[in-house]
Ligand binder design. Sequence first.
Ligand code: EPU
Length: 447
Amino acid sequence: MSSPNPPERRPVAAATAGHLDEPSSESPISNLTVVGGNPLNGTMRVGGAKNSALKLMAASLLAEGTYRLCNVPRITDVALMSEVLRSIGCTVHWEASDPVPDLIIEVPSEIEPVAPYELVEKFRASIVVLGPLLARCGEARVALPGGDDFGPRPIDMHMRGLGELGAVFENVHGYIHASAPKLRGTRILLEFPSVGATENILMAAVLAEGTTVIDNAAREPEIADLCEMLNKMGAGIVGAGSATLTITGATEMHSSDHTVIPDRVEAATYLAAVGVTGGEITIRGARHDHMAMLCQKLGEMGMRISPDADGLWVLAPTRLRSVDCPTLPYPGLATDFMPFLVALLATTEGVGIVTENLFAGRFKYVDELRRMGADIRTDTHHAVVRGVDRLSGAPVKAHDIRAGAALVVAGLGAEGSTVVSDAHHVARGYEDLAGKLVALGPDVTVS
Ligand code: EPU
């Protein structure tokens, strides 16, 4: 059984609701300090999915009007995407609502189809404005995103797909200049089910002339969420959540309200956390159907997880068994879960082999886990994790969002204090990770 998406909510006294303060796009958090040893017990609520909210924000560029997005996480990456939309000419603000504020985007009739380097270099998800800008304005100038701390992240599949729809590209002074006075539907076969390429092509195809078919499309729940919002805006997409998306081009689209799906990666963080410490928690809002493979793996390790009407109930004994974990596109085990699973395997009974099939070089955090006493050997795509009895708290550094959260997870079970520096990375993807953990029992402080 799966729990439903959070219900569409009405704003609190919409006519009078005040605008809320904008969360900063520069996180004030530098360190997260974890004193290990407390089990997790109690109930928490998972927030809206970062990787859905960012794309829904980009989708708003397709049509003039006012959009109310509910269940958007108040995280740094959303603040940065708000900056991108503002630089394009939109107005973006938060409005009080229950249980979490809504994000209101107002898109004017005239927009400036440019995403500047100063913003794109801070977070590469902003590349998803390329498709909607091109479809709406017939041209776009988007700064080329750089690499990431977990290796090169090319956008060749985005450009090839958009090219097949009729876009032409020029690389000028670090910017992609894309133009397409007319986009025409066609059949596009992706060589890999890339999340970002599927999203960019989808958001261009909704306004192309005729029918577009994307084969070997990514099937992640965040893409199905994007399809749902695009259809509410007037798009004709069939096959959401499957590997074949058929898009009948619309001549125009309109604004719409939408509620973001729950964040399966945030939920996975708490699943791993309770796996490390032992305990019993309920994760309200988490959708079992979005993370079935992870729940199966954790079950093999000895955890009990069962879906209830509004989330997941989770029971973890004090020590789990090791299993092998390969990452694959959805519905396989997500690459974003892997840092938490490695942190968990660091203290389980036995040896687990982790195979990272998506990103070469996503194992930088392993060096940090080794500083905590973990026994892990890696090559570019594999980690052999031999569980030790207990990790030992140490100063460690977050290299990216998930790596930082994984070090916090490891610290929860370690002896003594773990200080995770460069924790601003964590704030890019987590709303109040420390506060939510403290409410379940652990000792975590922010500085
Ligand atoms: N790839 C190419 N060429 C392309 C596009 C992708 O070679 O044109 C390769 C990538 O280098 C990678 C693989 O294809 O090896 C998969 O990349 P994908 O395009 O699917 O990833 P993404 O869209 O860049 C999103 C998430 C990531 C998540 C991946 C995989 C967002 C903002 N980011 O990235 O999330 O790891 O999908 O599921 O949606 C995170 O949230 O911390 C995060 C990194």
